[in-house]
Design a protein. Structure first.
Length: 460
């Protein structure tokens, strides 16, 4: 099996500990069987998220020393602005402290109660920010997205027919904007094709609707376009990115993903009037518009990371790591979502734990078992994250996919670490009938999975 070759060498290391079985058991109980509540020191390999967990380069670390911490108009903002203008083509850049702040500012400005926001699939914070505005987060992904075994080169695509139906059903006046998440995280980190973005953009222009991209993983998406759309095989990642963003009116960006930093984000757009309204809210919540809740040094590392991520050798290695882990699991007969995406391997939890009903959160049961067996932290993307009670009923409405995401931090873990993860998953797979369901003992009104507490049920 081909192993990904790191296009870098390591010059600093961080020790990690492997807690004992007894310690792991105690940690799970203390955390209420919620992996978000586990102290990082008690985790051996942390695949909870690829957000903010990247290892920065020597060039980025050097940029930290060039931070201009002036309150207003610091030079690092202008470096970031210049970089976004060059990489994405948007003339206006509004920094924020992370992606969900960018989402909140955008939706606070544009979305009213009763509105409908179409997306391929909203991720958790995007959906929560839409619903916080008492609007409807409408998923319009193609049907292939929801078939874990279906091989499709662009399972992240939005279905144009579903978007047209949403416009016809709700009316243009109820749709303040259309979002498109690249890559589609909730659907398995799957890419969106350039052809699909162009078609969706055409529908939006026809109806006068702004199109915004969730660009957190734009470079990974552009790499898939280069690999899978023949017309782009001879184009650079930078050229593909410019064309991709030229089709949109703006984007929100969690720089904690493809800008290779530990904190930061921004909104980029073309409409100065809209930017002025957003800045008014930003000053209330994030700070002055040229720092957006960040230190100058953070703005500098973002600017440098946005250029580094366009390196095709890095992207080949990055996506090769995901493919390597996915191939290990698939070869062992473990149910995984296919094809493998850009930032994570997704376990298909329903065949993994067929004896557990959806109301007992089978995806979370698998995630708990991964930590119990090997101190590997992952995250459930299924019923715990997205299920909700039907109005006026105790019955649940469940999402169509029940997944466990193994998100690989950028430039952090080696092939040996991934081998260990695969071995741990296989041990659980061999003993899957012992997986125990869970029930909620506490849940917050929004983003339940971050702070919920659960307890394990007895094995039937």
């Amino acid at each position: 099996m081909d192993k990904p070759l790191e296009p870098f060498r390591i010059k600093a290391v961080e020790p990690i500990q492997f807690p004992s079985r007894e310690q792991r058991e105690a940690v799970l109980h203390n955390a209420g069987f919620n992996l978000f509540n586990i102290p990082a020191e008690a985790v051996f390999i942390d695949l909870l998220t690829d957000s903010g967990t990247s290892a920065m380069s020597d060039h980025q670390w050097a940029g930290l020393m060039l931070g201009d911490e002036s309150y207003a108009q610091c030079r690092n903002f202008f470096h970031l602005q210049e970089t976004v203008q060059e990489v994405m083509g948007f003339p206006i850049v509004i920094p924020t402290h992370q992606g969900r702040a960018a989402e909140h500012l955008l939706f606070q400005t544009l979305v009213k109660p009763g509105d409908v926001v179409p997306n391929n699939i909203h991720f958790d914070t995007t959906r929560a920010n839409v619903e916080f505005r008492q609007a409807v987060a409408l998923d319009c992904a193609i049907d292939e997205t929801f078939d874990p075994d279906k091989e499709h080169p662009f399972k992240g695509n939005m279905d144009p027919a579903k978007l047209r139906a949403a416009i016809e059903t709700h009316g243009v006046e109820k749709i303040p904007l259309v979002m498109l998440t690249i890559t589609n995280n909730s659907g398995g980190g799957q890419p969106v094709s350039m052809a699909n973005v162009r078609e969706i953009a055409g529908i939006c222009r026809q109806h006068g609707l702004p199109l915004f991209l969730d660009a957190a993983r734009f470079a990974e998406n552009c790499y898939f376009i280069k690999q899978r759309e023949p017309a782009y095989r001879d184009k650079s990642i930078a050229e593909i990115a410019r064309e991709l963003f030229s089709l949109a009116d703006g984007c929100t960006m969690s720089a904690k993903k493809d800008a290779l930093v530990n904190i930061g984000g921004f909104i980029a757009l073309r409409d100065e009037a809209l930017a002025g309204r957003i800045r008014n809210f930003l000053i209330l919540m994030e700070g002055f518009p040229t720092y957006g809740g960040l230190a100058g040094r953070d703005l500098e590392t973002m600017a440098r990371g946005l250029r580094e991520v366009l390196d095709e050798r890095y992207l080949e290695y990055r996506i090769g790591q995901v493919r390597y882990l996915g191939n290990l699991l698939e070869t062992a007969g473990i149910p995984v979502l296919k094809p493998f995406g850009g930032h994570a391997v997704y376990l298909n939890a329903l065949p993994f734990a067929p004896h557990l009903p959806r109301a007992q959160f089978p995806g979370q049961a698998v995630a708990v078992a991964l930590y119990r067996e090997g101190a590997v932290r992952s995250v459930e993307i299924g019923s715990l994250m997205f299920a909700r009670h039907k109005p006026g009923s105790e019955a649940w409405e469940f999402p169509r996919l029940e997944l466990v995401r193994l998100a690989i931090p950028r430039r952090v873990y080696t092939t040996s670490h991934l081998d260990f993860v695969a071995e741990t998953v296989y041990k659980i797979w061999q003993n899957r009938q012992q997986l125990r369901g869970l029930r909620l003992v506490y849940e917050p009104p929004f983003l339940r999975h971050f702070t919920a507490r659960l307890e394990e049920l007895d094995v039937a």
